[in-house]
Design a protein around this ligand. Sequence first.
Ligand SMILES: NC(=O)C1=CN([C@@H]2O[C@H](COP(=O)(O)OP(=O)(O)OC[C@H]3O[C@@H](n4cnc5c(N)ncnc54)[C@H](O)[C@@H]3O)[C@@H](O)[C@H]2O)[C@@H](O)CC1
Ligand SMILES: [K+]
Length: 478
Amino acid sequence: MRTAYSVETVRTAERVLMARLPEGALMQRAAAGLAAACADLLGRVYGSRVVLLVGSGDNGGDALYAGARLARRGAGVTAVLLTPERAHAGGLAALRRAGGSVAAAGAGEGLVAGADLVVDGIVGIGGKGGLRAEAVPLAEAARRSRAAVVAVDLPSGVDADTGQVHGAAVRADLTVTFGTHKPGLLIDPAREYAGSVRLVDIGLELPDGAVLEALQHADVARLLPVPAVESDKYRRGVVGIAAGSARYPGAAVLAVSGALRGGAGAVRYVGPAGDAVIARFPETLVSDRGPKRAGRVQAWVVGPGAGDDAGPVAEVLAADVPVLVDADGLRLADPGAVRRRTAPTLMTPHAGEAAALLGVSREEVEGARLAAVRELAGRYGAAVLLKGSTTLVAGRDGGTVRVNATGTSWLATAGSGDVLSGLVGSLLAAGLSAVDAGSAGAYLHGLAGRFAADGAPVGAHDVADAIPGAWRDVRGVG
Ligand SMILES: NC(=O)C1=CN([C@@H]2O[C@H](COP(=O)(O)OP(=O)(O)OC[C@H]3O[C@@H](n4cnc5c(N)ncnc54)[C@H](O)[C@@H]3O)[C@@H](O)[C@H]2O)[C@@H](O)CC1
Ligand SMILES: [K+]
């Protein structure tokens, strides 16, 4: 499990640790990790041209001490000081002792253009708002240059706690972060600015109560249902899919295709697209008598391709089993009925659907995804999975939000969400909690998307077909 903590928690943990260590020891640990990452990226340190962008705080201090280490290994290191009178004095002295130099006023952009490596130490967790005006031309020069850009702790200008980006920010190829991930490194749009992320252990001890957690293979493997010897199809769970319409039969087929790969023992389809479903998946139990009279299920999925028929949505919300509400179902669901439910409910909007539910623009949701998913969960008293390049899953009672990063932009294809809703519904029927089902399902779905796409466009049915491969990969079998 990867975790991300708020700036406030990091500050507290740092204070505790600093009180036990000699002065400056923590910064030396950070600088050593940073310098090692820079050296790895450069390949050959000797003779390389390194430019440090140095702000007024300890983030700049890290950059200066790391620069000193690279200078001792033969790199030509120049520091561009954004506020020369406030640059970290100890770091500056160390750089000079190691043979590094300070750029003349106004020379920064030219140096960046000719560098092999640019180290962004403008601002870290002490940053407020986007980049200040004097730093913007340097960030732009770094973006234009052929140099590799390494961000210290965070790409300067992104919001550490939320992943929001206000105005200009540095775009890094690699971010070297200290002690723990920060939420902004895992949530878009900031995540995109971070490039790949390397975590350097500086000995911080962090309490429970991460802002975010990201499942990894082993975590997902522990969650996935595995049938026991005595399992029959009913013990493994039956998932009901109330989806599709005469106009959108494909949504029903795709939701069923996901559900069949999700670990439930049987899939029951209810709705007007039974013929299309049976033609493709003869193992499906089909009914056209509405969810209430369809027979027992352990979880429902409602909404994909539902059109304007609110009846099945209301029937499903009245059932005392876990329910996943997606797509048209989100619009058709009565918020009061969702809030009154006692069995788990999981809503799975994409940014546009979340925006409609919250009465804000899509851009607002995309710019502040963490706030949006929490707000929706609070308003509806339900777990919420907000789809996107970094999918977020919030529980109904607040707490740590799960973030999934296995997704790929190739998944932005029609019907891909229908596959996800069937898959997650199946995991709900198999007994996973709403947050576990949502996050494990998003993980498998993202991985399946990667396997299916492999660098080329794919259809949603290809993603469904790739789920068993993703499942095997996660469990480390085959
Ligand atoms: N506190 C610690 O124990 C450690 C801190 N470390 C480093 O120290 C950083 C935090 O240092 P600080 O608390 O000094 O804070 P920062 O260096 O992140 O930034 C604070 C300074 O930046 C200026 N600033 C704020 N917003 C700005 C903006 N938008 N554009 C330009 N300048 C802006 C402020 O005026 C202030 O002088 C971490 O991110 C990490 O890199 C590491 O050395 C590890 C140990
Ligand atoms: K930085």
